[in-house]
Design a protein around this ligand. Sequence first.
Ligand code: BES
Ligand code: MN
Ligand code: MN
Length: 482
Amino acid sequence: MAAPADFLNFIDVNKDRFIQRLARAVEIPSVSGDPAHREDVFRMASFLETQLKQYGVETKAVELGTHIMDGQTLKLPPAILGRIGDDRAKKTILIYGHFDVQPAQLSDGWDFPPFELTRDEKTGRLYGRGSTDDKGPIFGWINVLDAHHTLNKPLPVNLRFCFEGMEESGSEGLDEFILAEVKKGKDSWFDGVDAVCISDNYWLNTRTPALTYGLRGISYYRVTVSGPARDLHSGAFGRMVHEPMTDLIILMSKLVDPQGNILIPGIDEMVPPPDEEERHLYRNIDYSLEDVEISTGAKITISEDKASALMGRMRSPSLSLHGIEGAFYGAGGKTVIPAKVTGKFSIRLVPPQTPENVDPLVVKFLSAEFAKLGSKNSINVEDLHGGKPWVEDYKHWNYEAAHRATEAVYKQAPDYMREGGSIPVTLTFAEALGVNVLLLPMGRGDDGAHSTNEKLDTSNFIEGTKLLGSYLHEAGAGTKAR
Ligand code: BES
Ligand code: MN
Ligand code: MN
């Protein structure tokens, strides 16, 4: 059923208040990957829990134990669970989101303080870390609760929430919790869930709403080369000793070529090529090379063909080199031989790849290539975290509901797409609950998640909130067959 007009109107009328609430969330720098910000992730968890409670949601903050990060033992932030509605005649939808964010500093090149929500009046853009990933969407759901609560309207479905604070750091602790919880059967927090909806990705372009039915998995690696016991003077020791940085750069240069081909034997080969029907799918998506240019700010696509470009992102694995720790030694021309350097890279995975079947190939290749260098330094390869890829059946009522909601709010049909990024918990929900999972994006392809000047357009926040609410009304249409 279409969302009621008074709900839609409420969202428009309360726009400024919703933006202010999002601003409060962005002001909490809940960076999960930085131990110095761990307290902030906890603060963000409480803020979110308070917001949920305010609208009659029963909540529970689940302790997930501790973990080690950068050599420190840290408490994991809690997952915030919520439940509202127990009407057996209604469907039950589980909503997931994450309240942690990527690191950000003004000195990274931001034009605005990253942990303040800056509104550009001319464009309507809302700049700030987490605006699109993933605080905007989370607060979209809160807005939907707010509207129904304030208007005294029953929700069209029973809702369950699972919000986590470690997504950007590999969802530490969450899988174990979900699997243990599901085992409780009738007493499980997730009992009775009919479908899952996750709003944590973006449209492909800047104009066409999208439904997403696939995600790449990921395997994240750290390779450390060490040799001398301390940093050395390059004048005193250059060409006298093996240099860790030299070894590491050679190793990293052997992983991937400039065309994106993965050079580790056996990895690209695992993925079957697309057939004609699948190619057709990519040709039909509303996308152009110009959209890549808008999102990246440069003309740098590997392929000049749109379908190939899309396939590179959606249905092929990719290997990215992220950086070298220990490599930046002060300003100016400091003449040092770093004693220990750590290269970071990750591989995005597609079916049938998994961290389990890819990791051994990576470790074996790096050891073999290192042996060829004839270096007396030592190497250590670690996998930091991983997640399996996921592809869903989009001919399902869950997607049909989102399709109708998209048409109602945006007056156009959505693109159906697979996403190049990863949300590790998606497959866990799909497998552990055995239900359909839908990815329903709020933001646009040029939002710049993880980048400088991350933003969410006001219209995406507001129409996106309507979309999330409308989706619930469409999903809840009719009574539930039991
Ligand atoms: N929201 C993203 C997932 C995403 C990325 C969707 C790009 C669409 C495009 C999520 O917050 C994220 O950043 N995930 C990490 C997961 C990783 C740390 C395991 C990612 O994809 O790098
Ligand atoms: Mn995200
Ligand atoms: Mn992210």
